[in-house]
Design a binder for this molecule. Structure first.
Ligand code: SIN
Length: 487
């Protein structure tokens, strides 16, 4: 039982959090949260819907009036306290995360720290929301720019990072002076509720941070995007859902920030340090069992080193220990759902039927229907689904290229533009290729590119807006121009 493993069992919440109160569904309905490794039901959570979303938005509107007037220094100290509480409860938050999401404990512990880093960063940035005094058009007037919070924010977050994808939206919103209504993924609501409990303990006032949990994402999303009180929608998830949310938000001209799908290439040139490239590609591919938007989706290797790269890479992939994320020896956990596994099977079958070869893995695993073996596939062509679609699983397709021009063309041949990576020692190439890649983020001889201090986000159909860094706060602020005349 998860509750018995926690030092502080009161972090395990199963109700929604609206206006500082824990709320059950009026009809008493709940939905089950499953452990993807074992299939065990770990919680039954209140199944809230559009009505409770409306209630949360109304509470957020009232709370906003007060929160936006609190001096930045005070907002900053409250956020700082939340950050400290998250760190103090790292182990419990990691246990909750691995139980509902499946990732291995070391990754969950890391994600709690990563998530907390956004709270710390934006607690600091709250004190740096500067305006401007502009040069004037005439002697008797002055032009001033001030920055103000956008207002009530609606946030919809995914299951793959049940903690960090929340903090990197909630922390900047609160730092800017906004209030927020969060809808976390139905697969992983427990991490979100634990964060809300800690936020409340930190002194974030009732109604400033609300969490609506529920299975009916469509109705909750429709309320968030149609309600005129909500001034901004921030979403991390698939491009298809992002497009729908943007369409729905257009009716009330809401600001939107979208962190959507990816199809990240890793370009490995013949002059690369091969061992570093292998290690980098391995980390970028198999983090969270391949379930991140910036996971290496296509590994593109120059023909002269193709066989050697595959040999070294496959050997390393063979070292993964697949299993329950709670077990100490496990280095890769399950996929989130059976449907996710079915999608991976279909992509691999499509490639194999068209002539690709499996070097290792390529099968589901006897441990259960959420487990797929870490897999390497070679001899692919660009007509295969693996070249175009986001795998979101532990499958590494290794493509071959012969020239730099071809590599860049292959890398850019996608509607997505989130992250790309390259391995080379040639400094001229670093600039040429770095500038030619149509992506929001490019890792050069490095794939662990994320942190609270960098602008995370994509171009093309991977989204708009940036999260983290000094740029991440701008998405929660409006610019207002004040014109002072008659001086
Ligand atoms: C994601 O790609 O889903 C988020 C990963 C990150 O923040 O590093």
């Amino acid at each position: 039982m998860l509750e018995q493993k926690l030092k502080d069992p009161s972090l395990l919440r199963s109700a929604g959090f609206i206006d500082g109160q824990w709320i059950q569904a009026p009809n008493g309905n709940t939905f089950e949260v499953l452990n993807p490794s074992t299939g065990e039901v770990i919680a039954k959570v209140a199944d809230l819907g559009a009505q409770e979303t409306k209630q949360a938005i109304a509470a957020a509107e009232v709370a906003y009036d007060h929160w936006k007037t609190i001096p930045a220094k005070q907002r900053s100290s409250i956020l700082r306290r939340w950050y400290e509480l998250v760190l103090e409860n790292q182990e419990d938050l990691a246990l909750i995360m691995t139980s509902e999401q499946g990732k291995v404990m070391s990754e969950s512990r890391g994600e709690v720290i990563y998530g907390a880093s956004y709270i710390e960063w934006f607690a600091e940035e709250a004190k740096r929301i500067y305006g401007d005094v502009l040069p004037s058009t005439s002697a008797d007037r002055r032009s001033i720019v001030i920055k103000q919070p956008v207002g009530v924010v609606g946030a919809i977050t995914p299951w793959n990072f049940p903690n960090a994808m929340i903090t990197r939206k909630v922390a900047p919103a609160l730092a800017a002076g906004c209030s927020i209504v969060l809808k976390p993924a139905a697969e992983t609501p427990l991490s979100a509720l634990a964060l809300a409990e800690l936020a409340s303990r930190a002194g974030i006032p009732a109604g400033v941070f609300n969490v609506v949990v529920g299975k009916d994402s469509k109705s909750i999303g429709a309320e968030l995007t149609s309600n005129p009180i909500v001034k901004k929608i921030t979403f991390t998830g698939s491009t298809a859902v992002g497009k729908l949310l943007m369409e729905q938000s257009a009716k009330t001209i809401k600001k939107t920030s979208m962190e959507l799908g990816g199809n990240a290439p890793v370009l490995v040139f013949e002059d690369a340090d091969l061992d570093k490239a292998v290690t980098g590609a391995l980390g970028a591919k198999f983090r969270n069992a391949g379930q991140t938007c910036i996971c290496a989706n296509r590994i593109l290797v120059q023909d002269t080193i193709y066989d050697e790269f595959i040999k070294r890479f496959t050997n390393r992939v063979g070292e993964f220990v697949l299993g329950d994320g709670m077990a100490d020896q496990t280095t890769m956990g399950p996929l989130i759902t059976k449907k996710a596994v079915e999608n991976v099977i279909a992509l691999v079958n499509d490639a194999v039927e068209q002539g690709a070869k499996v070097c290792i893995g390529g099968k589901t695993d006897a441990q259960g229907d959420h487990f797929y073996q870490p897999t390497v596939i070679r001899d692919l062509t660009t007509s295969m689904r693996l070249a175009k679609e986001e795998v979101f699983g532990p499958v590494a397709p290794v493509f071959k290229f012969s020239t730099e021009k071809e590599a860049v063309a292959m890398a850019n041949d996608t509607e997505f533009g989130l992250a790309a990576y390259m391995y080379t020692k040639d400094h001229s190439r670093i600039w040429r290729v770095g500038e030619a890649l149509e992506y929001g983020m490019v890792g050069i001889n490095e794939t662990a590119i994320s942190s609270e201090m960098i602008p995370f986000g994509g171009v093309k159909e991977s989204g708009q807006g940036r999260e983290g860094s000094k740029y991440g706060l701008e998405d929660y602020l409006e610019i207002k121009y004040l014109c002072l005349g008659d001086i």
